[in-house]
Design a protein around this ligand. Structure first.
Ligand code: NDP
Length: 453
């Protein structure tokens, strides 16, 4: 490590990937600074995974209250009140606590935290305000930011960033989009008692997920009262006093108290000066890197949402571990993007790992598909009309389980365990030889015997 620079590494962006890279590298003896203009912890901690999950828990309390009666509890559900500002305030307190933990983790590792907006002046110099800092390596870990389509009235639309700090909930809300964020927020809003309409431009939301999962999630969300409208999109939005008129491309319109755009996220590279330095930005707007996070400029690397790999915190963390090792340990380490498990915290949850049935067929596999659909035991006494879907995709020739998919309570928790088996290349025979835990929903994954296709 060279003494000719202020730092061995400057990381721009203190999100999941940036903080992990800074900490790991400092622990390996590197002199590290991290520059952050907003909040420690990035999207995940502040306006993403963490507060989202807290809101999902909040929304789910309604179901628990409704289910209580079947178990003998007398809960006057007509009188139950919900106070949104309390949930937001408690969430904010928890996020502040986490911000503090992130700060201490960095400080304890010996990382210098520089507050402000960074730009890169030359391949080894970062400018923050009126100060310049030199480093042998610079890593761009600036993440992504919500995109709002360019329609008349776009300034009236909220994004997930603002949804986390809404002062009040409206009576009715429109959510625009059909990806992770749209379905999660539709579930949160509906669960908290807001009449919710989700508008998606395609045939059915959650493009890229297993077809069965998409259809099943649609069915269950409709049962929960979410107004799902597909093959429709927003052309413009107008303000009507305290309300909004949303004009759709089918000629109809609807009135609502809030319009949220959940229409994707773009790489956050504004003002960094990357292209001037010769760092390439690809057609999707992401920083172009090779398999080792190297940009076209030797001293500049990039990782996380900004490079266009799956926009998931565990992916950014894993990338940071690999990059830190490459820069400050033995120059080794590779990323493995296969079989990344993921959950969508809509209601009910989706959990998935490995190939969808469609992907497996397209890849030329001859398949056995195992599918089970049932009412979770918990809902027998409560009478809740909610079902659970589980599906295994198996390569017929090798018997290897290529994918596992679930829609139902705790799907993320269950699929995380199965992801180990699938990553290890487990066969269906090994699933069959595994004892179930009785009585659970999860045991269904080791007791499905008859393929449906
Ligand atoms: P996604 O890319 O998942 O979804 C964007 C949605 O917006 C798609 O349905 C897309 O439609 C639609 N869309 C895009 N552009 C337009 C447009 N111009 N007009 C109308 N509709 C449009 O993005 P999200 O913002 O939901 O999430 C970003 C990423 O963040 C996710 O991909 C995921 O990696 C991550 N994330 C992960 C979570 C988790 O792990 N639980 C939770 C939240 C986010 P179409 O499908 O037709 O392209």
């Amino acid at each position: 490590m060279s003494e000719s620079h202020d730092f061995d590494l400057i990381v721009i962006g203190a999100g999941s990937g940036g903080v992990r890279l800074a900490r790991m590298s400092a622990q390996r003896g590197a002199r590290v600074a991290v520059v952050e203009s907003r909040y420690l912890g990035g999207t995940c901690v502040n306006v993403g995974c963490v507060p989202k999950k807290l809101f999902v828990y909040g929304a789910h309390v309604r179901d628990e209250l409704e289910d209580a009666e079947g178990y003998g509890w007398s809960v006057p559900t007509d009188d139950v009140t919900f106070d949104w500002p309390t949930l937001v305030a408690n969430k904010n307190a928890e996020i502040e606590r986490l911000n503090g933990i992130y700060g201490r983790l960095l400080e304890n590792a010996g990382v210098t935290i520089i507050e402000g907006t960074a730009s890169i002046r030359d391949p080894q110099t970062v400018v923050v305000g009126d100060k310049t800092y030199s480093a042998a390596h610079i890593t761009v870990a600036t993440g992504s930011w919500p995109v709002v389509p360019d329609i008349p009235g776009k300034e009236l639309l909220l994004t997930s960033n603002e949804m986390f700090y809404l002062p009040q909930l409206p009576r009715h809300a429109v959510v625009w989009g059909g990806g992770y964020i749209a379905v999660e927020f539709a579930g949160i809003l509906a669960g908290l008692g807001v009449e919710t309409t989700l508008l998606y431009r395609g045939e059915r939301f959650l493009r890229g997920f297993d077809e069965d999962v998409r259809a099943f999630t649609e069915q269950e969300m409709r049962k929960k009262g979410v107004d799902l409208r597909f093959n429709v999109t927003i052309e413009s939005v107008e303000q009507l006093n305290a309300h909004y008129q949303v004009n759709l491309n089918d000629g109809s319109s609807l009135e609502t108290g809030l319009v949220m755009a959940a229409t994707g996220r773009r790489a956050l590279v504004d003002g960094l000066g990357l292209e001037e330095l010769g760092v390439e930005i690809n057609a999707s707007g992401h920083v172009r890197v090779d398999d080792h996070f190297q940009t076209a400029v030797p001293s500049i690397t990039a990782l996380g949402d900004v490079i266009g790999t799956p926009q998931l915190t565990p992916v950014a963390l894993a990338q940071a571990m690999v990059l830190s090792r490459r820069l400050f340990r033995d120059g080794q380490g590779e990323m493995d993007y296969s079989a990344i498990p993921t959950a969508v915290f809509c209601q009910p949850n989706i959990g998935t790992v490995g190939l969808t049935e469609e992907e497996a067929r397209q890849a030329g596999h001859t398949l056995r598909v195992y599918r089970s659909e049932f009412r979770p035991m918990k809902y027998t006494l409560s009478g809740r009309d909610e079902r659970c879907l589980m599906k295994l995709i198996v390569d017929d020739a090798s018997d290897q389980v290529l994918g596992a998919h679930m829609v139902g309570p705790d799907a993320g928790e269950i699929i995380q365990g199965l992801a180990v088996a699938i990553k290890a290349g487990a066969t269906k025979a090994q699933f069959d030889a595994t004892m179930g835990i009785h009585p659970t929903s999860a045991e269904e994954f080791v007791t499905m015997r008859e393929p449906v296709a």
